[in-house]
Design a protein around this ligand. Structure first.
Ligand code: DX5
Ligand code: ZN
Length: 224
């Protein structure tokens, strides 16, 4: 079944522990942490100390999405802070292959992220050294943006590439996913579905996660 991964970007940071507990009561076992540096994207968010605090309050898988320049300088800090998976942007890496190996050597799963405008074809070779691929379905930087529909075609192309190469890597999608488009995203073939404002800006984060997990369980990926 596709995993629903709450992004804490839209949570109340002053009550982060409670927000996480709510999402987990709804069934979440993975959490998405957005790291932004004010350079690669305009926004500024969290660093390793926050990841470390989150690590202390949950056993969930911590998925760190680095929207930063020179990610190679920070991989080790995030791994030591307790990240289980770390993804870096194709657009931010001068030596993507090297950074992916670095993440793995720190004991975390290594992910590559593509901005909406970056074609899946750039992954043709390097996908072999990635543990998952994250396709952005909004331009990175902020929560609460509209889903970009052509990204679903990218999901299908990536599925095809994965099948041809006989790779089992999960396909993650991030941005603009809410209750109304979730089933379509699952049917397109996404395995890890990040969603922030739809959960933490809802009246009841716990029941929204539960509802999303039900939708994901009922919508089966369509084989292309
Ligand atoms: C955007 C972030 C997302 C964000 C998604 O740059 O990478 O993880 O939290 O938020 P929603 O679900 O509100 O689009
Ligand atoms: Zn993200």
């Amino acid at each position: 079944m596709a995993e629903i991964i709450p992004s804490i970007l839209s949570a109340d940071f002053a009550r982060l522990g409670e927000e996480i507990a709510r999402a987990e009561r709804g069934g979440a076992t993975m959490l998405h942490l957005d790291v932004m540096d004010g350079h690669f994207v305009d926004n500024l968010t969290i660093g390793p100390p926050v990841v470390e605090s989150v690590r202390r309050c949950t056993k969930s898988h911590l998925d760190c999405h680095l929207m930063i320049e020179h990610p190679e300088r920070y991989v080790s800090a995030f791994a030591h802070a307790g990240a289980n998976s770390i993804s870096v942007h194709y657009e931010a890496c001068h030596q993507l292959d090297g950074v992916l190996h670095q993440i793995r050597s720190e004991g975390a799963m290594a992910g590559v992220v593509l901005n909406p405008a970056t074609p899946v074809s750039v992954l043709e070779d390097v996908v072999e050294v990635a543990d998952y691929v994250l396709l952005m379905s909004v331009n990175p930087g902020f929560g609460g943006q509209d889903f970009i529909p052509y990204v679903l075609d990218k999901v299908r192309r990536l599925q095809e590439m994965r099948r041809e190469k006989r790779l089992a890597l999960p396909i993650e999608i991030d941005g603009g996913v809410h209750l109304d488009n979730l089933a379509e995203v699952v049917r397109a073939g996404c395995d890890w579905i990040v969603t922030g404002s739809a959960i933490f800006h809802s009246e009841n984060a716990e029941s929204t996660v539960r509802q999303m997990r039900e939708i994901a369980a009922n919508a089966t990926a369509v084989q292309i």
